[in-house]
Design a protein around this ligand. Structure first.
Ligand code: SF4
Length: 231
């Protein structure tokens, strides 16, 4: 399995996998160096830790052919696995259902905004249209477990108008996390001329308050740190 990074701190083991089936122009992770690890090595790493919480993220973990084997083994060790995905591989998510505690899925734009999805993912029109359907299927599978949906707010694509079209997809999720674009320069490459936190914190909060109509809690992350909004 190919990883960008692995860590064990703040009560969480994190395996950040390399490679993605999207080419988002603002993504730093698909440009980072990587290294191969065997399933046995990763299970041994997790087994030595005193924490039970394991986050599988990266770029896109569902592309790793041994992902299910890894998750099954972590589960049999008693670990609580959270799997992050862009939602392009619902079949992989479905297979992991008996072994994971929950999921983190990203919504990049309103599902009917094909042009926006093309800009944000670097994918063709055909793939972007297909992705919208696959993401809906992934969300429906993931709602069987704890689910955090996260939205990276790039204001040309996510704003109060488009959020009202995203809201129906949130129904049934456990929480929403809203991330203010460029508020952590280690995570983002400048895009569309944005090279500092955008939109304003006030607008980020407004989007969070809108979402409380559909989810019991919203986490905001940005230049002002973190904030939890509850119904
Ligand atoms: S889907 Fe996520 S990991 Fe993949 S290229 Fe886009 S931002 Fe990066």
């Amino acid at each position: 399995m190919r990883l960008i990074e692995l860590s064990d701190e703040k009560g969480q083991i994190r395996f950040e996998f390399w490679g993605c089936n999207m080419k988002c122009p603002y993504c730093i992770h698909i440009r980072q160096p990587s290294k191969d690890w065997s399933v046995d090595e990763l299970v041994e790493y997790a087994g030595k830790s005193t924490t039970d919480n394991v986050y599988l993220g990266g770029a896109e973990p569902t592309l790793q052919k041994d992902l299910l084997l890894l998750i099954e083994q972590l589960h049999s060790l008693g670990k609580h696995v959270i799997l992050k995905s862009n939602g392009m591989k619902p079949d992989v998510l479905r297979n992991t259902l008996p072994f994971v505690q929950g999921f983190v899925l990203e919504i990049k734009a309103a599902s009917d905004d094909t042009k926006g999805i093309m800009d944000l993912t670097g994918m063709s029109e055909e793939r972007s249209t297909k992705y919208a359907g696959l993401l809906k299927e992934s969300l429906s599978i993931a709602k069987n477990k704890w689910l955090r949906v996260w939205v990276r707010v790039i204001p040309e694509y996510v704003n109060t108008e488009t959020m009202s079209r995203i809201l129906p997809e949130l129904e049934g999720a456990s929480e929403l996390m809203i991330y203010q674009f460029m508020s952590n320069p280690d995570f983002d490459l400048p895009f569309k001329g944005h090279n500092e936190p955008t939109p304003s914190w006030r607008e980020v909060k407004e989007l969070g308050e809108m979402a409380l109509e559909k989810v019991p809690q919203v986490r905001l992350a940005g230049e002002r740190g973190k904030m939890l909004l509850k119904r």
